[in-house]
Design a protein around this ligand. Structure first.
Ligand code: PLP
Length: 410
């Protein structure tokens, strides 16, 4: 008998399963709205020009490929911390931020949850928003944390595609004192709905009253352009994180450079812990090494070098901000086109949320049966929760998508 004769077949990954069905479809009109990766106006993957320039700079340096230290490239982690926490952040100035490079956002979450499972002084449970990025649940469980949930959104009933702030606060209040609460720092995945700055301030007060621990996942950027300089967006993305730190929360922060720099497959990320002082930081650092060493010894080098080169070369940094704004503007123009077309076709329902949500994803409110109908009748693929990647829409498919949605809901 084979050693694996008793291995049961597991269910397919809900997001990657969408791509498999898409690939098998032969229709020339097919669209894959499941993937969480930016696509350009022609539907193609996009390598940022600033990344290509950084590649050239690195190539000319003819650097070696020696192992990095366990916690990664320190030039990279310094730049990553500055980007998230800001230039004048106290934990950075006072040398009390423990930070390590990670295998993108997923790896950051995995290290963070493992650290909490080992050292968090309170209950070893984590409260995740409902809904949340699907992988949060198995990551936390595999690290040994119990998974609990809090509401961020009412179930779709046309009028309430927004944040359920009262429900969210009630659930956070009801959690036992000193609970670990996971918060999406910006561009909540999958809903694209964030608390406002005022609401974040309220949450900060509430989290303090309850002595809760704030675990921030900052892996998905807003991709949302405001009037004025693109650099403003970076600050907006970081608002919640910086505000919580200013208010004295001892946060834990997961960062990813997959989406904002288009470095998906390079797997560049970081995880950081705000500590009380330098001495505590040194102890946390030592334990991070003990967690990481048996997992993968040390992280990959190339992506971290790319990110460091871009963040610390002023011309490239400026160029990158413009490119982020370019991605943001394209996504926003698709939101507008989609909304206008749905309204023009007199599609039943209220679609304003398509325009007000931020980031790469949109929660359409489509029901599972309607999602199935889109796949069967129109070769359009998305997850059954009705989430679509706006980045997968472009001039040549947005109208077809709107027409198909219109048919599916009528
Ligand atoms: N966290 C959230 C909320 C995400 O949406 C994602 C990716 O979609 C990740 C983490 C992890 O991404 P990666 O491991 O590619 O950085």
């Amino acid at each position: 008998v084979s050693a694996w004769a008793n291995v049961p077949a597991g269910p397919p990954d809900p997001i990657l399963g969408v791509t498999e069905k898409f690939k098998a479809d032969q229709s020339p009109k097919k669209i894959n709205l499941g993937v969480g990766a930016y696509r350009d106006g022609k539907g193609k993957p996009y390598v940022l020009p600033s990344v290509l320039k950084a590649e050239e700079i690195l190539y000319k340096k003819m650097l070696d490929k020696e192992y990095l230290p366990i916690t990664g490239l320190s030039d990279f982690t310094k730049a990553a911390a500055k980007l998230a926490y800001g230039e004048n952040s106290k934990p950075l100035d006072e040398n009390r931020l423990a930070i390590t490079q990670s295998i993108s956002g997923t790896g950051a979450l995995r290290i963070g949850t493992a650290f909490l499972a080992r050292f968090y002084p309170g209950a070893k449970a984590i409260y995740l928003p409902t809904p949340t990025w699907g992988n949060h649940i198995p990551i936390a469980k595999d690290s040994g944390l119990e998974v609990k949930q809090y509401k961020v959104k009412r179930y779709f009933d046309k009028e309430t595609v927004g944040l359920d702030f009262e429900g969210m606060k009630a659930d956070i209040k009801a959690a036992p004192e000193g609970s670990i609460i996971l918060l999406h720092a910006c561009a909540h995945n999958p809903t694209g709905i964030d608390p406002t700055e005022e609401q974040w301030k309220e949450l900060s007060v509430l989290m303090k009253e309850k002595k809760h621990f704030s675990f921030f996942d900052m892996a998905s950027p807003r991709f949302c352009a405001y009037q004025g300089f693109a650099s403003g967006d970076i600050v907006k993305d970081a608002f919640a994180v910086r505000y919580f730190v200013e208010q004295g929360h001892q946060i834990l922060l997961c960062q990813s450079f997959a989406k904002n720099l288009g470095l998906y497959g390079e797997r560049v990320g970081a995880i950081s812990f705000v500590c009380a002082d330098k001495e505590e930081k040194a102890r946390v650092d030592s334990q991070l090494k003990i967690i990481i060493r048996p997992l993968y010894s040390n992280p990959p080098i190339h992506g971290a070098r790319l990110v460091h080169t871009i963040l610390d070369t002023p011309e490239l940094y400026k160029e990158w901000l413009v490119e982020v704004k370019g991605m943001a503007d394209r996504i926003i123009s698709m939101r507008e086109k989609l909304y206008n077309k749905l309204v023009e076709l007199k599609t039943p329902g209220e679609w304003g949320h398509i325009k007000s949500q931020i980031g790469m994803f949109s929660f359409t409110g489509l029901k599972p049966e309607q999602v199935d109908k889109l796949a069967e009748k129109s070769s359009i693929y998305l997850t059954r929760d009705g989430r679509i990647s706006m980045a997968a829409l472009n001039e040549s498919n947005v109208e077809y998508f709107a027409e198909s949605v219109s048919k599916a809901v009528k």
